[in-house]
Design a protein around this ligand. Structure first.
Ligand SMILES: [Ca+2]
Ligand SMILES: [Ca+2]
Length: 195
């Protein structure tokens, strides 16, 4: 084996082990970067419920909170007709059944949002198919803080999952509630640290 083959072999081994040791799933546009605009889906994301028209903020609906990361963040709402907004994306690799995963994001509320400023929850679902809410992996407290707060959680998929859904939530029974939550700075999804 000549030296070039050796170099290539070492490189291959190095890449293989370094990627498997730090395996983590990066979300597409995890910081909701884009040109501020109302009723506009940021790149990388898709609607998970009919009538989902998220806002790329700040600068619309009287929302001027500073971003926690980058230049922009996302706002999703619940409405007086009991409808709610939710967004989804397909993950770059699957969440494997039985493994513990960890992720975090920053959440806040605006005191304005043109009246849609009541506190709500953010729920996180995972699913094996698009827009299928198979397993709820997180439900935030009511988000009342105007300054960003980081929320970290762990979960273990009950089966192999390929999609994540972030959902503006107030109640399991349809209820009129004009609320909103701001989201920024989603971490990669990584294996839980074994202490
Ligand atoms: Ca951002
Ligand atoms: Ca909207």
């Amino acid at each position: 084996m000549n030296i070039y083959n050796n170099v290539i072999l070492y490189l291959f081994v190095f890449i293989f082990f370094s990627t498997s040791a730090t395996a983590q799933i990066m979300l597409d546009n995890s910081s909701f970067e884009g040109t501020p605009a109302d009723a506009t889906m940021p790149s990388g994301w898709f609607a998970a419920t009919k009538g989902t028209t998220p806002d790329i903020l700040p600068g619309y609906w009287g929302v001027y909170n500073e971003p926690s990361d980058g230049e922009t963040y996302l706002g999703i709402i619940t409405r007086g007709d009991a409808s709610f907004e939710s967004i989804t994306q397909r993950l770059s690799s699957k969440l494997e059944k039985g493994y513990c995963y960890s992720m975090s994001f920053d959440l806040a509320v605006s005191d304005n949002y043109t009246g849609y400023n009541s506190p709500i929850h953010l729920r996180v679902w995972i699913g094996s198919k698009k827009n299928k809410r198979e397993q709820m992996v997180y439900k935030s407290p009511l988000i009342k803080n105007e300054d960003w707060k980081n929320f970290r959680f762990e979960f273990t998929p009950e089966s192999d999952m390929y999609y994540i859904i972030l959902e503006a939530h107030i109640s399991d029974t349809p209820v009129s509630h004009e609320g909103s939550v701001l989201i920024d700075n989603i971490s990669p999804i990584s294996y839980c640290n074994k202490a």
